[in-house]
Design a protein around this ligand. Sequence first.
Ligand SMILES: [Zn+2]
Length: 328
Amino acid sequence: MNETDKQRGMEIEDRFAHFLEQQNQSWPLSASNYRGLAKVEEKSFSIGGWTLKVQFNPERIRSSAAKVDAGSIAARKCFLCRENRPPEQLELETGGEFLILVNPYPIFRHHFTITSLRHTDQRILANLATLLSLAREMEGYTLFYNGPECGASAPDHLHFQAGEKGFMPVDTAFERLKWEDGALLMESATTKIWAFDTYLRKMISLETSDAESGVCFMKRILETLGSMQPEKAEPMINLLCSWSAGKWILHLFPRKLHRPSYYFAEGEAQLLISPASVDLGGVFITPRREDFEKITSADILDIFDQIGLEEDKMEHLKQAIRNDGAKK
Ligand SMILES: [Zn+2]
């Protein structure tokens, strides 16, 4: 990264940091939750050389235990629509169809919700290009998308989230993963796509210097996944996206299940964990102390296994990506 890029990165980060500061000066609830974050407990596991963190964060109970069935969603007021948002919540315009809000229940030191101006369903396919353009605008942050059945607590209102890059272990693991473990599925003049065998969960990573090609390849991946889950409104996924030094990096986590068996278990056997992008990025969020204390690395691996796409479907997806690359 040259000096101009560094300077640009800092200016951009400062703009969002400044917005967060401004918000916390005028909204005691948000200020108190960001202050509380400094005291949030964390522990970590190393499995096969890869780091997994666990964060005890009681304020996240709203999200982890959110009822997202159609009936519950229809019965509540949408908390992302302007008329229902707290009057204290400030907006930062992006110049497009999205507004940036400070997330008042943070996981990250800088945690934003990027919400559509319209109350429209959470869908990724038509919004991939927007995600890449927002990621470029928010250099220094990792943006993420939780599918309507993969952790979004407002499946009826299109939104992304963003947190500082480097907080999720996947952000820093990627360079090592590429060299040590990466099966390069396809390579074009601008885009590379990998799959990984040792990274503990099902993940496809795409790196591109050209937004249009990146979107095109990712769309075809999502279409292949969609054909495997025809009963769903869209394939079950979580997606991370960041931009730096002229390249976008996207990590896609294809899934088959919304919540693992532990979520529905009773008594001692229960772990109130509802995995979404941040968990798959390597930070497990436990809103209850007992879960934070008892969760083991074996539980985490089992959760990854339960929610990740079936092995045979993953193989089919990888082959489809190879075939797609061979046509270029
Ligand atoms: Zn709404």
